[in-house]
Design a protein around this ligand. Structure first.
Ligand code: NAD
Length: 457
């Protein structure tokens, strides 16, 4: 679907009217097409700023240089220079006066940010029971970067925060590469905790940042993979070298055939709510190589209606597909040891699960449940090196959102800092990151891919 506002502003005759009416002018977002690169920031400069007394700057410098960036400590005098990547080590912010370092770092570059630039701010990870003022100051760093995202969104710049534990600096590489790279289009205003809680692999370093095809040798299962976001996830995981099993209902057979042929995935026709579905899936995985490394619970449905008008079968269907079947599948696969060590689980939640939504009591209940489920599963599976996370898409252009009336669709897709809808690829990039070895410091989190939507923000 083409963006109507971009079309108007790009049309010689219509543009003056669009400007006179004050219609927002969304920027064309840059998106990666291929898989991860060994040195994705080659040819780019990265501005690395730091508040005094922080602990992450040296690690950040190493990660940025390894990714190919020329690291600068201050903006150069050259007036043509624009900031494509800005990373701020704010782990030294412990008292309100330390915020001044944020002002000093960002004030000089606000007008010099490049279109589609990236900003990542590292905040100290507060330990429960610690100094309340330090905790508050750390949280304030998140407020700062969320506001920065809103100011810079019109340039397509994404701004995110990472709360980094001091003992998890060796797990920053994947996080920096994702949030400062072309893959994080439409992920803005987010805060993610990076910790060493999940057990690292016994043999190798936790992340393999120089590796391309980071999922080579892994098997992934994507439910609802025939179309929409699921199809983009199948594509993205295949690009990274994973062997992908694409599960969908028999009614989607045609789309599934085409998706599997396109990306070399293995089809599995199954309704996840059918009686005995978890056991059938488990048997299939056992016979096909003995298990999976990556489990993406993407299948989901809507039956939108106000609660007063909702039929019980609409309620039950949404609860069964979006949550009950997922919990049943996880229980079966985990009890039969079919999710391998160092595995990954990703749930497709929704911003409706974060904020609630009119006419979506059933859907929002299930999507919020997935947020709680990821947080509760994470510590249980951490000793086995398994990371469990959820993503919460905002307005993504798929068959699901195409069903909405024009006006609802237009408004829904504009209410974010980037003033446009996201693409299935954007959600798939976030899933690919959370499925990768580089996400070994991230577990129990819910990350929104919503262009920093105003809903629930
Ligand atoms: P979609 O309707 O285009 O695709 C969903 C897929 O799930 C379909 O292929 C469908 O056949 C499959 N599916 C449905 N019920 C199933 C079942 N019982 N067993 C197996 N497969 C089943 O939806 P989408 O927009 O691609 O959404 C994918 C996920 O992202 C969903 O969980 C959705 O709730 C979530 N999400 C989407 C958006 C958005 O804007 N598109 C926003 C927030 C969350």
């Amino acid at each position: 679907m083409s963006d109507i506002l971009m079309k108007l502003h790009g049309n010689r005759l219509a543009a003056p009217l669009a400007r006179a009416l004050g219609l927002p002018k969304p920027v064309k977002l840059a998106r990666a097409a291929g898989g991860y690169e060994a040195r994705p920031f080659e040819g780019k400069s990265a501005l690395l700023c730091a508040a005094a007394g922080g602990y992450a700057a040296a690690a950040l410098r190493g990660v940025l240089e390894e990714a190919g960036a020329a690291v600068l400590a201050a903006p150069p005098d050259d007036e043509r220079w624009q900031a494509a990547i800005v990373v701020m080590d704010a782990t030294g912010c412990r008292a309100p006066a330390d915020y001044r370092a944020l002002y000093d770092a960002f004030h000089p570059v606000m007008r010099r940010m490049a279109r589609n630039g990236r900003v990542l701010v590292l905040a100290p990870l507060h330990q429960a029971g610690g100094d309340p003022v330090q905790a508050a100051v750390a949280r304030g760093v998140e407020g700062f970067s969320r506001s920065l995202g809103k100011e810079l969104g019109r340039k397509g710049v994404c701004v995110n925060t990472a709360y980094a534990a001091a003992d998890a600096l060796d797990r920053l590489a994947g996080v920096v590469r994702f949030f400062c790279g072309a893959q994080s289009t439409y992920v803005s205003g987010q805060a993610v905790r990076v910790t060493a809680r999940v057990a690292a692999p016994a043999s190798a370093a936790p992340a393999a940042p120089r590796q391309v095809q980071v999922l080579a040798g892994k098997t992934a299962l994507v439910t609802g993979g025939a179309r929409g976001i699921g199809k983009a996830i199948v594509e993205r995981l295949s690009q990274e070298g994973a062997r992908v099993i694409c599960l969908d209902v028999a009614g989607a057979a045609e789309e599934m055939r085409s998706t599997c042929a396109q990306y070399g995935a293995m089809p599995l026709s199954l309704d996840i709510t059918a009686p005995g579905a978890p056991a059938r899936l488990a048997d299939f995985l056992r016979s096909e190589g003995g298990g999976v490394d990556i489990l993406v619970h993407n299948a989901g449905v809507t039956r939108d209606r106000t609660l007063s008008n909702m039929q019980p079968q609409e309620w039950d269907l949404v609860v069964n597909v979006n949550f009950a079947a997922i919990a049943a599948i996880d229980a079966e696969l985990l009890s039969r040891g079919l999710l391998r060590e160092q595995g990954r689980i990703v749930y497709l939640s929704s911003i409706s699960g974060v904020a609630g939504n009119f006419g979506q009591t059933n859907y929002a209940a299930t999507k919020a449940a997935l947020i709680g489920y990821a947080a509760a599963q994470a510590p249980l599976l951490a000793p086995r090196g398994i990371c469990v996370n959820a993503i919460a898409p905002g307005f993504i252009e798929t068959a699901m959102t195409a069903k909405l009336p024009f006006f609802t669709r237009e408004v829904g897709s504009r209410l974010n800092a980037l003033m446009q809808a996201g693409q299935p690829r954007d959600a798939a990039e976030l899933v690919a990151f959370l499925s990768s070895p580089g996400a070994c410091g991230v577990s129990g989190e819910t990350i929104r891919v919503c262009g920093q939507g105003v809903m629930g923000a």
